[in-house]
Ligand binder design. Structure first.
Ligand SMILES: C[S@@+](CC[C@H](N)C(=O)[O-])C[C@H]1O[C@@H](n2cnc3c(N)ncnc32)[C@H](O)[C@@H]1O
Length: 241
């Protein structure tokens, strides 16, 4: 079995077991994962996808907002859990990716539950009032705080923000752009500084972005955060009031 979707710090056998335990992706999502593997496109993968679908069911999600949708893999998992009159907003720089997303959602009979927004996800979010029951952050890591600030007030109590790549990103080490070692050191040293000499500029910015995201949520009295150590690691932040 391929380990393409696995982050460096989540053991491959754990992710594999999570896939076994999780829901059957079905033909379309399997095809989409094969596309990711062929093209080297970073998707959340089936273990996290199944969990996102379950999350949407757990909170009875009617409206979902995605920062960074690619060609719609995570959106297709969400869409499975949405009611007929639900809506998921997909955002993506690349119009071709969103066209592909539309065709996959169409095959799942869910294109009518989707809104496609080409352009910068943070700018797009400014045009929406919400409410959104679930929000996925999966854009550049240094944009996470901006994305959260933009959508925060559109999340009602009980709503959930999920941020991908909290433990790693890039998947094909050594191109990993989020350094788990640097994150751990920053937390252990309690200085929240990125001190990893081996990181390039993007790695430093991305790791900094994750730290800023963690700090921002930690300081927000209205949100409670836990870690989901699957795939590349995700933070799960619930609005408590
Ligand atoms: C990791 S992929 C998303 C994968 C998707 N969530 C999934 O699991 O199927 C990130 C995508 O976000 C897009 N992206 C990055 N920054 C963005 C931004 N600021 N606005 C819109 N799209 C962005 C990239 O083009 C890329 O396709």
């Amino acid at each position: 079995m391929s380990v393409l979707f696995l982050g460096e710090h989540v053991p491959a056998d754990v992710d594999q077991f999570a896939r076994f335990v999780g829901p059957d992706p079905g033909e379309v999502l399997v095809e989409m994962a094969e596309y990711a593997e062929r093209e080297g496109f970073p998707i959340v993968g089936p273990a996290v996808g199944g969990w996102l679908c379950q999350l949407a069911r757990m909170v009875d999600a009617e409206r979902v907002f995605e920062f960074g949708s690619g060609y719609g893999y995570s959106a297709c998992w969400f869409a499975r859990a949405l009611p007929e009159d639900g809506d998921i907003v997909l955002t993506e720089f690349d119009a071709d990716n969103l066209d592909l997303a539309r065709s996959y959602l169409d095959r799942l009979g869910a294109a009518g539950r989707a809104t496609f927004e080409v352009g910068d996800a943070v700018e797009t979010a400014r045009g929406y009032d919400g409410p959104f029951d679930v929000v996925l952050l999966d854009i550049e890591k240094y944009q996470y705080v901006d994305a959260f600030e933009t959508i925060r007030d559109a999340i009602p109590p009980g709503g959930v923000v999920v941020a991908d790549n909290t433990m790693s990103a890039g998947r094909e080490s050594p191109d990993d752009t989020v350094s788990f070692e640097a994150l751990l050191r920053a937390i252990e040293d309690d200085d929240f500084e990125v001190a990893d000499a081996d990181l390039d500029d993007l790695g430093r910015r991305s790791t900094r972005g994750i730290l800023d995201h963690l700090e921002r949520l930690d300081q927000d009295p209205d949100f409670e955060t836990t870690l989901l150590p699957l795939g590349d690691g995700l933070t799960v932040s619930t609005r408590t009031r």
